[in-house]
Design a protein around this ligand. Sequence first.
Ligand code: COI
Length: 352
Amino acid sequence: ARAVQAYEPSVDSNRNSNEEYANVKWEELRFGLTPTDYMYIMNSSEDGTFSKGILTRFGNMDINPSSGILNYGQGVFEGLKAFRTENGKILLFRPEENAKRMKMGAERMCMPSPTIDQFLNAVNRTVHSNKRWVPPPGKGAMYVRPLLMGTGICLGVRPAPEYTFATYASPVGNYHTGDLNLIVEEKFRRATPGGTGGVKAVTNYATIYKAITEAKAKGFTDILFLDAVAGKYIEEVSTSNIFVVKENVISTPPTNGTILPGITRKSIIQIAHILGYQMEERAIPVEELFDAEEVFCTGTAVVINPVNSITYQGRRIEYKRGAGTAAQNLYEMLTGIQNGRIEDEMGWVVEL
Ligand code: COI
């Protein structure tokens, strides 16, 4: 028996395709799981190649208690979005970038990975079979979550003998609601040089819950991590990259192995150039937060989120937000391209 069983769908995978929209209160969408109709599952062979992926009803999976993912966290994930345009098309934003990033992460975590084509095919089929769950234009997006995990049995500490690639999807709304008030985290660190901070390993996330929980208890929305060596330079927020703006110059820390190379981050750097901002990737001392005009976070889930305030060593700094800010200008262009309202000269969007 396979470590993870995926059953052929007992019904036609186009079952709901004649229904344009699922029954969802789109206005109330937040960033959380709304279960959809199908998920895509593909297992590896013993030689590490993937084949015969199938669409199956979304639901629980059988997994061996001794699997690599459950015992030692051998897993990476991705996140990307599909958008519905005003004229009824569905667009994916830069899915190939996610496919490539999963490959990099898999290599770091000693896992075989699906080919770029297999990844893209899985994402396409997942979105297509769940089309009725893609929100109406302007009401959110469909978040697609590809997972790659060691599902083979391994009680000893070693790479699992078998892997499963699974992709599921959920309509989502905003990640943060309300003002974004950050605190600079001074006790816990997210990533160390030589560690896995630069890949989307599942093990990067639960380790920051303690810091987030403590910050939330003090009334903050999220945390901003510093580098682990000097404790002096800003790195990233729990789920997003960070940008600092001063006098038409936009700066963000370089992705040197401890920072997640965000696809939104990369897109924003390019858009900033197009919009005429001076864009710098450089180490940013935490003190620079004190005289920045604007700070914003970027990520697939958070999109571009202007920061209201940051607190560091008891001092609270507030930032400019709204009309005329760099964050607003970048947001307009990014979301315009994603929603098909602005012509995509970069070739970023892919029609389903
Ligand atoms: C994303 O923005 O896609 C992420 O992966 C962040 C997250 C863990 C919600």
